[in-house]
Design a protein around this ligand. Sequence first.
Ligand code: ARG
Length: 572
Amino acid sequence: MDLEKLLADRLAPAFARVAGAPVDPVVRRSARADFQSDAALALARRLGRPPRAVAAEVLAHADLADVCRVTEVSGPGFVNLTVADDTLAELVLALATDPRLGVPVAAEPETVVVDYSAPNVAKEMHVGHLRSTVIGDAAARLLEWLGHRVLRANHLGDWGTPFGMLIEHLVDLGGAEAARTLSMGDLDSFYQAARGKFDADEAFRERSRRRVVALQGGDEATLRLWRLLVRQSERYFLTVYDLLDVTLTERDFHGESSYNDLLGPVVEDLDRLGLLRDSDGASCVFPPGQVGRDGEPLPLIVRKSDGGYGYPATDLAAIRHRTGTLGATRLLYVVGLPQRRHFDMVYAAAAQAGWLAAPARAEHVGFGSILGADGRMLRSRAGGSVKLVGLLEEAIARATALARQRNPELGEAEAAEVGRAVGIGAIKYADLSSDRHKDYVLDWERMLSLDGDTAPYLQYAYARIRSIFRRAGETAGPAAAISLAEPAERALALALVGFGTVVGEVADGLEFHQLTGYLYRLAAAFSSFYERCPVLRADGPVRDGRLVLCDLTARVLRQGLYVLGIRTPDRL
Ligand code: ARG
């Protein structure tokens, strides 16, 4: 049981009595006491009474004596609670034997589709795909750990008009043979070359148009070439996922093309439901509430005037498939914020068609851009978009150099392993520790710093605890008691018992900076504890208790970082 909940359960009846109706006590961690409830303020406004008097009356009725050492009214009418050391020690001891570290399995496991990564075939992955991949993977890992059935959907851009020009360009280069030798670092130049011809050459444009028709009409020779392009790109993306240490596999590719056969039925259904309207020859849905700046209803184009289907139709088909066939009730779309409007429109249309009805719901897990040191969109020296692989390789190289420098005893293989864990960890952490709704600046110095809110700092804290146990030559045994006499011990204990609350919040809002912030505070609390409280030099029960605190800290750090997709090497 987490402390917030324990305290809220004790306060709730007192609030209900004073209010004459149920009130959520909203218990939060506080800097002044351990916890604080500010619910008396709103209640006082409602009752037209002085807030401090309401808070005092709530406290007078609350049964807190066995769990709190101090309870008091503070400021304009806050209820401040300081937990009794016995209560805290008991909770820590319970955590020590809990393999889930105070994080319960979901009471009602759901089928969750996490739509993430989704790069485009025959194009390089760029840093925008990095954010989607990193955030989406954290969401998938977290929800899986909470007991949900997670289906990863890599909605690859593998269909649509660009494939006419891409296939024609491939044919010019020699067809199937050329596809096999298409070097994977070269995806962008392949795409750019095709684009260049398309823009400059009318005959090529005409061939490309015919090729799209052949592709969509199921022409076997065309499909073969298309498959080669897709296969080569997928192979390349898998090497990036491997480097990035994400859980996406070959089985998770569900590209736009896989919904092709479902597009016809989607349009038929929409038509039957009377939701389709003609707009300049295109078939559109006008979802309620979706209007442009001018107040005019906005169309979602389901079938273009040339009869082709586009991105929105595919997303409608995907929703219908995910809720209807896969039985998903939570659909997550980890896609950049510029696509917010697209998803709002698609969700609204799907809801109208009955494909997205409660309990099923869709959430756009949007994110901002990655900026360079100059505060502008990250660009390569040549001014093009930055290749994801180049970025990852740089992170690994920097971290490996750092690891060698810090610890010359590391062997070659171990230094490489540590460099990878720290470099990739630093990139992921920099991303996940930024509020995802905002842009963030990619800053090598900061993200690889060993003291600060960074992956290396947390990984270092973890490795330090492992080294304590190596020196002790033992694992944390069951402790009979935990002494919390030292303020630093108490602060660490308080941080440890807060893991469950944070994880619960992050599972709802998918704001991973709340989890990184928590882990950072935990590591900082550990650091102060370790400075002030000798562990191996302490005696008997105190030593046992401190070893338990060390072990728990390591386990929470490891599990928290695992959820974020960050490895925890035993030594750095
Ligand atoms: N391929 C798209 C892009 O690169 C992202 C796809 C996102 N997922 C989706 N279901 N629309 O922008």
